[in-house]
Design a protein around this ligand. Structure first.
Ligand SMILES: Cc1ccnc(S(N)(=O)=O)n1
Ligand SMILES: [Zn+2]
Length: 261
């Protein structure tokens, strides 16, 4: 069936093209960002995330990552500005990470990867009626990518890592109200931006990527809690830990990566 892709030897990123030919498309993500080859675009204004009235609903384990979903029935939590010509509504955020001591970010910077990468997924509700419609439209989505590096404990990440035991198994979901992702943003909102795709199947080429230059710091202890998540269901006897759930960088194919200030 169509949903047996994963990150293992038998079903990993190098094989996704068999089921999802878009994998070999012209605007695939992630990419390696090479700062000194960038064009700094003075017309690029600041990005303005506005998550104040945001309404988180639940946290879930979909077998590939752990995601926090938001009520996206109105424009309470949106991101605007920068390369975006409309406000984009926050739909969910999720993470990608490595194995113990390994790196797990999807985008890399001058060939260097970070321990993990947080993706806040937004959709253009001005031009499209649903997230699903936006997800298949060119530039229907805007994903804000934030690098996580290992260092001190992150003051607010514990609210998420403390809830992970409740969604240990693939397919589990539990209430997760009142979480404001503003607390996960670094102090600087300087960014790189380029046109790309979803980094997991169906790999739709519908994403305006906005990658923050400044990583946030989380402790190895906090990161290790992500690795106790399972990519297998409660009823399965084989327990596979969820780790190294990242796609490697894809060919740039002539795309321009722009830099805010
Ligand atoms: C919601 C969603 C689906 C697929 N891929 C992504 S990602 N990793 O490009 O942000 N997000
Ligand atoms: Zn992602």
């Amino acid at each position: 069936s169509g949903n047996n892709w994963g990150y293992g030897k038998e079903n990993g990123p190098s094989l996704w093209h068999k089921q999802y030919p878009t994998a070999k498309g012209s605007r695939q993500s992630p990419i390696d960002i090479v700062p000194h080859q960038l064009s700094h675009d003075p017309s690029l204004g600041p990005i303005v995330p506005n998550y104040d009235q945001c309404t988180s609903l639940n946290i879930s384990n979909n077998g590939h990552s752990v995601a926090v979903e938001f009520d996206d029935s109105d424009d309470r939590s949106v991101i605007r500005g920068g390369p975006l010509d409309n406000p984009y509504r926050l739909k969910q955020f999720h993470f990608h990470w490595g194995g113990k001591g390994c790196h797990g970010s999807e985008h890399t910077v001058a060939g260097n990867s970070y321990a993990s990468e947080l993706h806040l997924v937004h959709w253009n509700a001005v031009k499209y009626k649903t997230y699903e419609e936006a997800a298949t439209a060119p530039n229907g989505l805007a994903v804000l990518g934030i690098f996580l590096q290992t260092g001190d404990d992150h003051r607010w990440l514990h609210t998420i890592t403390d809830a992970l035991y409740m969604v240990k198994f693939k397919g589990s979901v539990t209430d997760f109200k009142g979480f404001n992702p503003k607390c996960l943003l670094p102090s600087s909102l300087h960014y790189w931006t380029y046109l790309g795709s979803l980094t997991t199947p169906p790999l739709h080429e519908s994403v305006i990527w906005i990658i923050l230059k400044e990583p946030i710091s989380v402790s190895e202890r906090q990161l290790s809690k992500f690795r106790m998540l399972l990519s297998t269901g409660e009823e399965e006897d084989q327990r596979i830990h969820m780790e190294n759930n990242f796609r490697p960088p894809q060919p740039l194919k002539g795309r321009r990566v722009r830099s805010s200030v």
